[in-house]
Structures are given as C-alpha cells and as structure tokens.
Design a protein around this ligand. Structure first.
Ligand code: UD1
Length: 426
C-alpha cells in the first residue's frame, strides 16, 4: 500500500506546469477509434487512467505507445494505431477500474455497428447512471440490451436525430457526439455539456473531418460524414489540476505561477479565490495565485460548466476548513461526493453534512492524522489539508490520486512542500 506523508507548515511557492486534462485525453484516445490509422495526441498526462485507457484500446486491437516528454509537468505523447476492423468488446476488469472506459461505446457503435462494454457499476462519489448515454444511442437507431453485466449495442447504421439531455452530462454528450459524427444525416444534442473538454473533443473530431457546430454551447449540431481520418492533436490544459494548485496556494498562503493554466476555464473558481482575499493574476504563460494572511470563507455551489467544478469541491471544503468564518458548500452533481469530508473531520475540520450541503466552520490550523483518499479529487483535497495541519498527515490509498495527478509528489516538492511517497507493507 502506498501513501503520502505530508508535513504541514510550508507555503507553496514557485512555478508549476500543467499538462493536458485527464478528462479530455481519455476521450481523445477513445475518439481515435473513429478512424483507421495512426492518431497522435500530445500533452497526455502520465497517469494510471491513461495506462488503463491504452489497455482498453489494445484489447480492441489497437497498437498504443506512450512517450513521456521531459519538463512537461508529467505529460507525453500517445500514438494510437487503429486497425481497419477493431474488435468491439471491453471487459469488466478494465471498466471496473476506470469508468471512463465507457467512452469507447459511442465510437465503437459508430465504427463497427456493434459494441459490448461492461457496465461500470457505482463508485465512491455516487451511482453515476448511464441512462442518457443509452437513450441517446437508442434515438440514433441503436438497440441496446443489458446482458450478463454488459451493455450490448447493435446498430448496423445510425441515423441523425434530435436528442434532449435531462442533465448536461459530460460523458453522455461525448459518447453521443462520437456516435453522431459517422451517422447518416444531422443530429442535434440539446442541453449538451459545455466543458472545455467537450470543445477539445469536438476540435479533434472536426480536424478528423467531422462536421460539428456549437461545441461549447448547449446545442451541438453534428452532420454525419461517411469516414474520418486520423490526426495529430494536443490536449487542452487540465483546469482541475490548475485549480488544485490555485487553491493550494491560497490555503498555504503561498505564491504560485501555474504555467499553461487557462484563467477563462476557471472563471467561477478564481472569482471565489479572489473573494477569499487572494491575488489572482492571469499571465501570458498562465496564472499567478498568491495569498497573504488567512483566507476568508466563501460559499460554493457546484454546477455543470461554467459553474464551479464538482471536481474542485473537495479542495473548496478543505479551503473553507482553514478560512475565517463559516462557508456553505453545495454539491449538485454527484450525490456521494461529501463522503471524504469525514476524513477531513479526522484532521480536526469542522464540517457538518446535511444532504447535498456542507457547513464548514473555519479553524486556524488542522491537526495531522492518518486519512484515506476515497477518490482522485478527495485525495488531492486531503493532501492540501495535510499541508496546513500540524505534524505529519498520512494520506492512504493514494493510487486514487495517481489516477489524475501526474508527478503529484514531485510537483508539490518543487513548490517547497514536504511530501514523501512511502510504501507500507500492511
Ligand atoms: C465527467 C468527469 C468527472 C466530472 C464530471 C462532471 C471524466 C472521465 N469524468 O464524469 O471528473 O466530475 O464529468 O463534471 O470526464 N448521469 C446520469 N445518467 C447519465 C449520465 C450521467 O444520471 O446517463 C448523472 C451522473 O450520475 C452524475 C451527473 O449526471 O450525477 C453528471 O455526470 P456526468 O456529467 O456524466 O459525469 P461523467 O461524464 O461521468
């Protein structure tokens, strides 16, 4: 078992480079399936989930290589060589370990006319349904059955249609757009997700020859084309990793330049940090966030983009835990996402949960203890909390953090933090 030992008391200062977004890179890799031949994707983070997605693609018959690039903040180049006829089955052992494997469903149905993808089941942040993925693909003409733990989709041909999503689901929007690009006719996806990662995916698909309008708005219009070609593209910078550094700078009262951070992708989060008293300065090379003194409590409400990202909610709770005053944090996207707050309470935080609200009363400092990372972002939030705790905080189950943050320990140390990765035998 690997854990992080975090010694509190040091401000994060210096420069850190952000590579591409996990949540985009995984979908760009899945989108490669839409064209036979070699697709090259740059700024792909060197994280466990990318290794898992590479394995998903290999089992579908692709040849996948990863080459890490020096001084990239943990990024590299992925080359996916896709055969003329990929196989169409993704096993439970991979889907169970990484839910984003489900994003091969749309491309496989579009490209092969059928797909068998294991059902992911629940995870630590909620039940995470697939109803919108399924009903959208059915509207495009696919037949979908659930058999022995697999979703089995069949569609000799997909036909353009109009689809209204009940909620702007990121994964459903992506799967449906990836299916629609090779369908006959025009598909309109309404109440689509607007995340920068959706815009990134649509940019790649357009470069491959797809006809897409409205990416980044609530209405995406796709006119199907018969075939697509492989491309070379670059992953959008990771706004969640950038936001983690920004909140870390404020919590530790530090001063950090986050290279490649895109301030426009973090508008609400940065406004909250400014309200907390931080100095937030967009720079040509990224973003500077500095804090002098103790932050003020700010209320946060998570919402689909452009709202405050649910993936930064654990860090927002950790920030409130050491701010002056009381904050109300509201989670609107994942019902189970406050589970990690009990770990924060072990560090002496005052957090009270009522349904999808958390009331956080700020303390001057937290107090170190062993805690468990329950998911990627909870783990990062606990590490930040450890940085403002007295003594040494042991964050366990850090394989979760490794799924989303390339070189996390090295980057923290580069900013002056005292963090070690240690292996425990029990
Ligand atoms: C993606 C991100 C995740 C981020 C989330 C919201 C990846 C790999 N993960 O997850 O980090 O927190 O967007 O920004 O990109 N839902 C349904 N039925 C569906 C689809 C979704 O009920 O068919 C629900 C989910 O349970 C959840 C909400 O909708 O409560 C949002 O989910 P969604 O936007 O789809 O998130 P993901 O794509 O899973």
């Amino acid at each position: 078992m690997e854990c992080f030992e975090v010694t509190g008391g040091t401000a994060l200062t210096g420069r850190v480079r952000v590579t591409g977004a996990k949540n985009s890179a995984l979908k760009l890799m899945a989108a490669a399936l839409l064209a036979a031949g070699r697709t090259t994707i740059d700024e792909v983070p060197d994280i466990l989930d990318v290794a898992l997605m590479s394995e998903v693609l290999r089992r579908l018959g692709c040849d996948v290589t990863y080459e890490r690039l020096p001084d990239s903040g943990g990024g590299g180049r992925v080359v996916v060589d896709v055969p003329e006829e990929p196989s169409a089955e993704t096993d439970y052992d991979l889907v169970r370990r990484m839910r984003a494997s489900i994003s091969v469903l749309g491309p496989l149905v579009a490209r092969c006319g059928s797909a068998r993808v294991a059902l992911p089941g629940g995870d630590a942040i909620g039940s995470r349904g697939l109803d919108m993925h399924i009903s959208g693909l059915e509207r495009l003409g696919a037949t979908i059955e659930s058999e022995h733990g697999f979703l089995v989709a069949t569609a000799p041909r997909l036909t353009g249609t109009s689809i209204w999503l009940d909620f702007p689901s990121v994964g459903a929007t992506e799967n449906l757009v990836m299916a629609a690009v090779l369908a006959d006719g025009v598909t309109v996806v309404d109440n689509a997700a607007r995340e920068p990662e959706i815009v990134d995916l649509c940019a790649m698909l357009s470069a491959m020859g797809a006809q897409i309008e409205g990416a980044g708005t609530s209405t995406i219009v796709v006119e199907g084309v018969p075939t697509l070609k492989p491309v070379t593209c670059t992953t959008v910078p990771d706004r969640i990793v950038a936001g983690t550094w920004a909140i870390g700078a404020v919590m530790t009262r530090g001063d950090v330049v986050i290279e490649r951070a895109v301030a426009d992708h973090l508008t609400v989060a940065l406004a909250k940090l400014a309200d907390a008293g931080a100095h937030v300065e967009p720079l040509p090379e990224g973003l500077r966030v500095a804090m002098d003194g103790r932050p003020r409590c700010v209320d946060v409400v998570t919402l689909p983009y452009p709202g405050f990202p649910t993936d930064l909610q654990p860090m927002a709770v950790a920030l409130a835990a050491v701010s002056t005053g009381t904050a109300l944090i509201t989670e609107n996207v994942f019902e189970g996402r406050f589970m990690f707050a009990n770990e924060l309470v072990r560090l002496g935080a005052s957090v009270r949960i009522d349904g999808h609200h958390a009331v956080v009363r700020g303390r001057e400092r937290l107090s170190s203890a062993p805690v468990v990372a329950t998911d990627i972002r909870a783990g990062a939030g606990l590490v930040l909390a450890g940085l403002v705790s007295d003594g040494v905080t042991e964050v366990q189950d850090v394989h979760h953090v490794d799924r989303g943050y390339p070189d996390f320990v090295e980057q923290l140390r580069g900013l002056g933090a005292h963090v070690e990765r240690v292996r425990r035998s029990d």
